[in-house]
Ligand binder design. Structure first.
Ligand code: DHB
Ligand code: FE
Length: 290
């Protein structure tokens, strides 16, 4: 049986990708950011997931005002790296897991979540920066990512965005879907984006350390209550792009304790300001083996 063994949460700041790609990770500005991921890189090298179910948001790369799916699951065998204006990031293309992805689509849709199914979707910094942070630098031709990835693109760009509550429930359905897949697979679920940031308007540059840290506390200890938070609360407290944090609730909803299992082990917790315009947050929660 496939199992969700852990969830990983991380910001996806594009400048982090640029710092990696341009060899700037040891510069004083970036050093503390990458230091926060050293544990995660060692941890994931030991845990060796087969598949990462990667919840992220597209930033008008694959989608646009022409088409705005609320939740879009990637069922493709592979995904091209998006060109976000400076050419595609020099990282390997992303390999999918069509069999598990179609199984999850089938299960989750029959469980009343009307996902959009996508077979062609360039993936942008929202997906590639978290991969780089956890797996380190990879040559676009010589290397491959050491996992298969099932992308779930969530619309947190154009209102109306999905509620935290819906995201949390979707996570629970994803867990049921993964656990009903026959082959033994070590699956992780990642929630990405956030934490507080606002890229536009009068409050551009907003960071809210206190709110972010309370979000991390509540995500760990009382996720069902946290999921009741309204979209406007995210925008007011964490800035217009802080709404990306609802995606973390999808990953959290897929953890064992939500279905009555034991509380997860907090393997890593990290928070750092500044990174570009964003407060960087990173958590690793492990399901204890029963
Ligand atoms: C920044 C952060 C984001 O989440 C994003 O999508 C683009 C830019 C930033 O901090 O610069
Ligand atoms: Fe973003």
């Amino acid at each position: 049986m496939a199992r969700i063994t852990a969830s990983v949460y991380t910001s996806h700041v594009p400048a982090i990708g640029a710092a990696l790609d341009l060899g700037k990770t040891h510069e004083p500005y970036w050093q503390p950011v990458f230091k926060g991921y050293e544990f995660g890189k060692r941890w994931i090298a030991e845990r060796k997931p087969d598949v990462v179910f990667l919840v992220y948001n597209d930033h008008a790369s694959a989608f646009s005002m022409a088409l705005i799916p609320t939740f879009a699951i990637g069922t493709a065998a592979s995904y091209e790296i998006a060109d976000e204006g400076f050419g595609p990031r020099p990282v390997p293309r992303v390999e999918g897991h069509p069999e598990l992805a179609w199984h999850i689509a089938q299960s989750v849709i029959q469980d009343d979540f009307d996902l959009t199914i996508v077979n062609e979707m360039p993936v942008d910094h929202g997906l590639t920066v978290p991969l780089s942070l956890m797996f380190g630098e990879r040559h676009p031709e010589r290397d491959a990512w050491p996992v298969k990835v099932i992308p779930l693109a969530v619309n947190v760009v154009q209102y109306p965005v999905p509620s935290g509550r819906r995201c949390f429930q979707l996570g629970q359905a994803i867990r049921r879907a993964v656990e009903s897949f026959g082959p033994d697979l070590n699956v992780q679920i990642w929630g990405t984006g956030g934490m507080s940031h606002q890229l536009q308007g009068a409050r551009a540059g907003l960071i809210n350390r206190e709110w972010d840290n309370r979000f991390l506390d509540r995500l760990i200890h009382e996720p069902a209550e946290l999921a009741q938070l309204h979209a406007l609360d995210y925008v007011r407290e964490a800035g217009s792009e802080g709404i990306e944090l609802v995606m973390w609730l999808i990953a959290r909803g897929a953890m064992a304790d939500v279905a009555g299992g034991p509380a997860p082990h907090v393997a890593q917790r990290f928070y750092h300001v500044p990174a570009s315009n964003t407060a960087v947050g990173h958590l690793i929660l492990e399901n204890l083996r029963d």
